[in-house]
Each structure stands twice: as structure tokens, then as C-alpha cells.
Ligand binder design. Structure first.
Ligand code: XLS
Ligand code: NI
Ligand code: NI
Length: 445
């Protein structure tokens, strides 16, 4: 066993070596068919296009329990009786996994890495101890932290919200947790810090003062930003929109809603969006829609690249395998400059019934290949087809004459009325949607 894939005292993923690129003809489920990290596409290596990050919670903590039954996964790092010993084993397993996958980043919640203690101080000590070890392992392996976050939704104390809780004492606990998670993220060189407000919303307006709750959330985020900046954090703060689940109505509903919120509370210069595909679906948007809204507003940050199931309405967090959706996303990313500080966090879990340890490798490999293949397809569409030209030609009437004057703000309603009378009934121009669809499908290979 090569040293570069061996982290701690024992090997957890026995029989699996570092995943290699074998090309599209390979039948090996534990090899990349399309993801070739050093391959340059549209001026950047694949590694830099994607900046893949493993989600600590699903991959190492998610045992497959659901509301109808307990976990099904047997993880070899879950044996220790003492929770801190178990956390250390999990950490070693995680870094072995990152190294074998060849993914450059990971993401974590405070409670994924270190167990909650019996009081605030003990919880913080646990987190410091484990993240000190994580820092050593980052140095050993070169794996980096894409983002950290605090789990302020699982503990029952957050049942009525964290930063939006009607009880200030609960808000204070959220503050303690976010402070410690920010410290850990800064210590680990995290490039971003995420806020996902799972309990920040309501079930009934009858008992909810929405304005008070949103004001408290705005204040909380401003204070978190001020604290992190004062500690030297230079990275990006990210809000992860989701319309519902676990609350009926979540305040960070979708990208457009969050942008309005950030602007209202003066947070727009420090915060950007962490867009999750499955959350987009729940908001009845596409991943592509959410990404485009974020880019158009200078708010594109990072991505959680899972996918949902079109036949049900919750966050199934499947590994992204829909090539068509991936292609639409990659078209937008290529046209808008890709990532700055963000990356692609999987935020996905294998199915409850996928119980072989190799399944988590197969899932990540498959998703990375889906994205890599989508990148190649999108690059072909942009560089070889008429796609970009066709779309810009649709707006050609704004390039000169009255259209250009309109864009500059030089025409008022009286001018429009005069022009309308002059031009008469406009010529009918087809939107050609099916032509665009057939063009995409032609390149989908
Ligand atoms: C849950 C969210 C969560 C965030 C991180 O639906 O996706 O996993 O990504 O707190
Ligand atoms: Ni997520
Ligand atoms: Ni989610």
C-alpha cells in the first residue's frame, strides 16, 4: 500500500487504491472515464474547473437511517465506544478517502467532525482537538477545506430556529457554535464559510413574527461576518437557499429571495450563494436557473452538486448523474467564468440499500465523470456550434438604432408610442426552442 493513500494507523478502504483515469472505454467502475484532472478544457484544467469537495456528513456520518428505520451502513471507522476516539478514526478514514479519490477539497459541519460536549466549552474543546488533527492531515495530504459550517439545526434546542429563534438564549447558543466553527474554518484555511438555515423559517404564521425573525437573522449574519473579518478571514460567506424542509417555509427560499435579503441587510459585499441542485428543484427551479440568477447579480459562489428525484418532493440528495442537467449547468459556468472561491461539493449520499463500502467510491467517481463529460460537451457546444450566436442574434434589435437607444435609457414611453405607430405590427420571429434542444442533444455524446 503506497504511503500517499495511507493516513493513520489502519487502512479503512481495503482493496481500493487511488482512483485512476482510464478513459471512456474502461469498464472499471473504480476508474475515471472522463475526469482527467490535468486535462485542459477551455483554458483550465478539469481540477480547476470543478474544485470537487467531499461532504463529510453524508460520506462519513450518513449511516442510512430514515424516518422508517435505522442505519444500514457498516462503517469500519464507527467501532470506538468513546465519541472522541470514533471522531479520530473517522478523520483518518476521511483523509484516506479524499486521497484515494484525488479530490482536492472537503466540507464539514462542526458536529460531523467532533461530537457535541455536555456544555459550550466542552463542545468547543472537542472541535479544536479534532480540527488540530485535521490541519495536520491537510498538510500531509495537500487536501484543502472548501468550506466549514455549523450544524445549528439538529440539536432539539434549535426546534424553533437558531438565529431566528423567538428565545434569545437559543440565538446565543447558535452564536457560540458559529463562532467556534468560524475559528475552526479559519484555522484550516477554509476558502468559504456556509450558512444553511434549515430551521430558519416557520410552520405557522399564527405564532410567528416574520419581520422580527428576519431582522434577527440579518443582524446575526452581520455579526458573524464582523467577527470572522476581525479574525482575518478573507474568504467568501455563502448562503445556501432552500425553500422548505425541514421547515414548511424557509426564509432563504431561493437565490432571488436571498439576494433581496442580503441587499436589505447590507450583506451583499461579503456574501454569495451556495446553490444546491436538489434545493433548486424543491423551489421549482432548475440548477441552471439558480446559477444564472446568481451570476447575473454577481452573487455566484459555490455549488452543492447533488440531484433530486423528479417523482417526489424532498431532498433525496442523490449523486448527480443527469447528464442533461449537468450540461446545462456547465454551459452557464463556461459562459460566466466558472468559480472564484467556490467549488463543487457533492452533498449527496448513496442510497440506503447501497451498502458495500465501494459504493461510496463508485458514486463519487460516477458524479465526477458526469460533470467532466458535461464540461466536454458544453465546451464543444460553445466552440463548435451556432448556439451562442443563435442566442445573441435573438437580441440583435438592441445592437443599433432605437433598440440601442432604449438600452442607454434615451427613450421614454412617448417615444415608444411613436415608434410603435411607425413600425406597425412587428414581424413574427420564432423562438426556435426545439432547434436549441436538438442542438444540445446532437452534442450530448
Ligand atoms: C441540507 C443542506 C445541508 C447544507 C449544509 O439540505 O443541503 O446539507 O449543505 O448545512
Ligand atoms: Ni447542501
Ligand atoms: Ni440539501
Amino acid at each position: 500500500m503506497a504511503k500517499d493513500v495511507f493516513i493513520g494507523q489502519k487502512e479503512y478502504f481495503k482493496g481500493i487504491n487511488k482512483i485512476q483515469f482510464e478513459g471512456p472505454d474502461s469498464d472499471n467502475p473504480l476508474a475515471f472515464k472522463y475526469y482527467d484532472e490535468n486535462k485542459v478544457v477551455a483554458g483550465k484544467t478539469m481540477k480547476d474547473h470543478f474544485r470537487f469537495a467531499i461532504a463529510y456528513w453524508h460520506t462519513f456520518c450518513g449511516t442510512g437511517e430514515d424516518p422508517f428505520g435505522p442505519g444500514t451502513q457498516i462503517f469500519p471507522w464507527n467501532g470506538a465506544a468513546d465519541p472522541m476516539d470514533a471522531a479520530k478514526e473517522k478523520l483518518d478514514a476521511a483523509f484516506e478517502f479524499f486521497t484515494k479519490m484525488g479530490t482536492p477539497y472537503y466540507c464539514f459541519h462542526d458536529r460531523d467532525m467532533a461530537p457535541e460536549g455536555s456544555n459550550v466549552a466542552e463542545s468547543e474543546r472537542n472541535l479544536i482537538e479534532i480540527t488540530d488533527l485535521a490541519r495536520e492531515r491537510q498538510e500531509m495530504t495537500g487536501v484543502k477545506l472548501l468550506w466549514g459550517t455549523a450544524n445549528v439545526f439538529s440539536n432539539p434546542r434549535y426546534m424553533n430556529g437558531a438565529a431566528t429563534n423567538p428565545n434569545f438564549d437559543v440565538l446565543a447558543h447558535a452564536g457560540a457554535q458559529v463562532k467556534a466553527a468560524l475559528d475552526a474554518t479559519i484555522k484550516l484555511g477554509g476558502e468559504n464559510y456556509v450558512f444553511w438555515g434549515g430551521r430558519e423559517g416557520y410552520f405557522s404564521l399564527l405564532n410567528t413574527n416574520m419581520k422580527r425573525e428576519l431582522d434577527n437573522l440579518g443582524m446575526f449574519l452581520a455579526k458573524a461576518r464582523d467577527y470572522a473579518r476581525a479574525q482575518g478571514f478573507k474568504g467568501t460567506f455563502l448562503i445556501e437557499p432552500k425553500p422548505m424542509e425541514p421547515t414548511k417555509h424557509q426564509y432563504d427560499f431561493d437565490t432571488a429571495t436571498v439576494i433581496g435579503f442580503l441587499n436589505k441587510y447590507g450583506l451583499q459585499n461579503d456574501f454569495k450563494m451556495n446553490i444546491e441542485n436538489n434545493h433548486a428543484t424543491l423551489a421549482r427551479h432548475t440548477f441552471a436557473h439558480e446559477a444564472q440568477v446568481a451570476y447575473d447579480n454577481g452573487m455566484f459562489g459555490s455549488l452543492d452538486i447533488n440531484q433530486g428525484d423528479p417523482h417526489n418532493g424532498w431532498d433525496t440528495d442523490e449523486f448527480l448523474h443527469n447528464l442533461y442537467d449537468a450540461t446545462e449547468l456547465m454551459l452557464i459556468m463556461l459562459e460566466n467564468g466558472g468559480f472564484k472561491t467556490g467549488g463543487m461539493n457533492f452533498d449527496a449520499k448513496t442510497r440506503r440499500s447501497s451498502t458495500d463500502l465501494e459504493d461510496i467510491f463508485i458514486a463519487h467517481v460516477s458524479s465526477m465523470d458526469t460533470m467532466a463529460r458535461a464540461l466536454l460537451i458544453a465546451d464543444n457546444i460553445i466552440s463548435k456550434s451556432a448556439y451562442t450566436q443563435m442566442r445573441s442574434d435573438r437580441y440583435a434589435s438592441y445592437n443599433s438604432g432605437n433598440g440601442a437607444k432604449w438600452i442607454k435609457g434615451e427613450l421614454g414611453l412617448e417615444d415608444l408610442a411613436k415608434i410603435a405607430a411607425e413600425v406597425g405590427e412587428p414581424k413574427q420571429i420564432s423562438g426556435k426552442q426545439e432547434l436549441y434542444e436538438s442542438l444540445i442533444n446532437k452534442y450530448l455524446k
